[in-house]
Design a protein around this ligand. Structure first.
Ligand SMILES: [Zn+2]
Length: 676
């Protein structure tokens, strides 16, 4: 056994036998040993939602989303996901059905179940996962290759059933999600059953990387395996996985005939603009951020920062959603005609953010959250946490119905009836979608919000997200910390922390002051602190704490009318309504029958009153105010006409949070409204 192998074996043995668990070793992303991150993560079961907003969403996730989705995935009349695994495991006769990436989507659901088990210790989930993992293990070839479409074809003796024949077979995507899922399962359960399967898959990919890097590079479509392999490295400390992770980014430059659609037309380090398929893009950037966290390659972070600015400042909707285009050309408007390529479900030009035709695949929004989370861990800059919050409360939650059983594939910001053109995917949330990538991605994201709530450094604890919960963790020096957070956030901006268990030495509590907040205040044990908190920064409160000390953060939550950059042509002379982190919208259900949603306008001085309605849409604050109604004649048979001379009338309007729209039957909806 050579030296490296011996050290690896020793590390593995320690990892699997040691009772000492450092904070972050059992985290959503294990940054405990990552040399190039500022923030370390908390463990899977360190944060328990207690009540309020996220506790409700988490309970729906546990009691409705996960069991409901299992019924979908196991019913071959609806989804062939589990049947594909049973057939690949030789436990059932049949053939592969459904998209090639369905295994990966199944693993996302399994990851959600594992994370929820980690928090709830629901034994039935554990037993269920054990049975499923036994099946998954039988779908794996001896050499570690695992991918049900090819395994089934090979078992059945099909000719031309070779692996990696077609880059759109999504083999690395499936294996990547397996690896991430296996790490979470291991951290939540302590078991190594799924981890061993993922380890063999990772070894297989490492072998392929050594043998045929070009084949591996060409098959990096929707590259979940970048995040997956880094997480495997963090779990198993196998240096080959770090080598592979670094190599996976470098070999992208060897792709021949690369496309903007797949972000491989240019070498990664030369890219300055986010382009192409937005899920693939955001998975790539999140994966590269993971590679930076382990390697510290400054060119990677420089490129990521440039790309993030392009995405966040020019190509992101107010809901945090990304990927505006159904279909487009890239680079659109280029002088070099021959260089223009087709893209779909893609980032568009800078400021190209249409509303009615917004694509915004749910997975792209989630990919953007994954990327922002990793940028936050690397830099500790509040702007990334702000964006994460914006994405979670608006973009992510809107993708799923309040009962947790119906899903959007694409996410519009303005829904109007009777469009004279066809748009792909339903404009209602559907219980099953033939391309099932989004629904389990949504479920795992909601399951894992607790993993984003706090971070740790040598100096103390960082509060990234607000919501009633208990943080029970150990600090990097081993001392215990128990923090009780109580709040009605996002409906109210008072957030109270009780330090129920404190370290013996001085510790800082870093509170995120959101970019939208004005005049935030912090009090400790009832005494106001002199230093004024600044928006879009973490506010540090440092002292030697006593048990039961209290911190009170007040973020005045006011209703704001926002306008967009003038180059966003589709929102010219329009405003959106935001209250705290929540984007609001107007839904036709809340208008009189004879009033069309396109007739409503706001004024720059429109005032809204917030009122909490416990029995509406799961308990929300609605915004009530007066808007202008501009009665419009029918537009039949004309494209242009003289401006109306009718006098606008004031009418009462009610706005609801964007994430709750589409839960009361068919409706029209808009986030942006004209301002008069
Ligand atoms: Zn998707």
């Amino acid at each position: 056994m050579n030296k490296i192998k011996f050290r690896y074996a020793l590390a593995l043995l320690l990892c699997l036998t040691s009772d000492i668990v450092h904070s972050g070793e059992k985290a959503l992303t294990n940054t405990w040993n990552s040399p190039h991150v500022v923030l370390r993560c908390t463990n899977v079961n360190d944060v328990q939602w207690t009540r309020g907003f996220w506790a409700k969403r988490f309970t729906v996730c546990h009691k409705s989303m996960i069991p409901n989705m299992w019924q979908l995935l196991r019913d071959p009349q609806i989804s062939h996901a589990y049947d594909n695994l049973l057939i690949a495991a030789d436990l059932k006769a049949g053939r592969h059905r459904g998209p090639k990436w369905l295994d990966g989507d199944f693993y996302k659901w399994l990851e959600a179940a594992a994370f929820v088990y980690g928090i709830t210790r629901d034994e039935s989930l554990d037993r269920q996962m054990d049975k499923i993992i036994e099946v998954i293990s039988k779908t794996q070839r001896k050499d570690g290759y695992i991918h049900s479409p090819v395994v089934i074809a090979q078992r059945q003796g099909a000719s031309q059933a070779d692996e990696f024949r077609n880059r759109l077979d999504f083999e690395t995507y499936n294996m990547g999600h397996l690896m991430t899922c296996a790490c979470i399962h291991h951290r939540a359960t302590g078991k190594t059953t799924l981890l061993r399967i993922a380890q063999r898959a990772a070894d297989y990919l490492y072998g392929l990387y050594k043998r045929s890097p070009k084949i591996l590079a060409n098959n990096a479509i929707c590259p979940s395996h970048y995040m997956g392999i880094v997480e495997m490295y963090r779990t198993l400390h196998d240096p080959r996985y770090l080598e592979l992770a670094k190599g996976l980014i470098d070999i992208r430059d060897q792709v021949t005939q690369g496309t903007d659609q797949n972000q491989d037309r240019l070498p990664f380090r030369e890219q300055t603009q986010v382009v192409g398929h937005a899920v693939r893009a955001n998975y790539l950037y999140a994966g590269v951020a993971d590679v930076f966290a382990e390697t510290g390659d400054p060119n990677l972070l420089e490129t990521l920062t440039t790309l993030w600015q392009d995405a966040a400042l020019r190509k992101t909707y107010i809901t945090g959603a990304t990927g505006a285009l159904y279909d487009g050309a890239s680079p659109d408007g280029s002088k070099a005609h021959s260089a223009i390529q087709l893209v779909h479900q893609a980032y568009g030009r800078a400021y190209q953010l249409p509303n009615v035709t917004a694509y915004n695949e749910s997975c792209a929004t989630i990919g953007f959250a994954l990327w922002n989370w990793r940028m936050l861990c690397i830099t500790a800059q509040a702007r990334y946490a702000d964006m994460l919050e914006q994405i979670l409360y608006n973009g992510v939650l809107a993708t799923i119905s309040l009962d947790g059983k119906r899903f959007f594939y694409r996410n519009t910001l303005r829904q109007v009836d009777d469009l004279p053109f066809e748009l792909r995917w339903s404009h209602h949330r559907e219980s099953y979608i033939s391309c099932f990538c989004c629904p389990p991605n949504i479920v795992r994201t909601i399951a894992e919000v607790a993993g984003y709530a706090y971070s740790l450094t040598d100096s103390g604890v960082w509060v990234n997200l607000y919501g009633s919960n208990i943080l029970d963790t150990s600090l990097p020096d081993g001392s215990r910390l128990k923090l009780i957070q109580e709040t009605e956030y996002p409906w109210d901006g008072t957030i109270c922390f009780t330090l129920a268990e404190v370290p013996p030495t001085a510790m800082s509590v870093f509170l995120r002051i959101p970019g939208w907040s004005r005049e935030a205040k912090v009090r400790v044990n009832g005494v106001s602190l002199n230093c004024i908190p600044k928006a879009e920064q973490y506010y540090e409160v440092k002292r030697t704490w006593a048990k039961d000390d209290r911190i009170e953060l007040t973020l005045p939550i006011t209703t704001q009318l926002l306008e967009a950059h003038p180059l966003v042509e589709e929102t010219r002379n329009q405003v959106a309504v935001k209250r705290g982190p929540l984007v609001y919208c107007l839904e036709s259900v809340d208008l009189p029958d004879d009033v069309d949603i396109t007739e409503i306008a706001l004024t720059p001085t429109t005032k809204f009153n917030a009122r909490f309605v416990p029995d509406l849409l799961g308990g929300i604050s609605v915004l009530k105010g007066q808007a202008l109604r501009l009665p419009a004649d029918k537009w039949d048979g004309t494209l242009y006409r003289n401006i109306s001379s009718k006098t606008p009338q004031f009418i009462d309007v009610t706005f609801i949070p964007y994430y709750t729209w589409g839960n009361r039957g068919h409706s029209e909806m808009t986030v942006w409204l004209p301002v008069r």
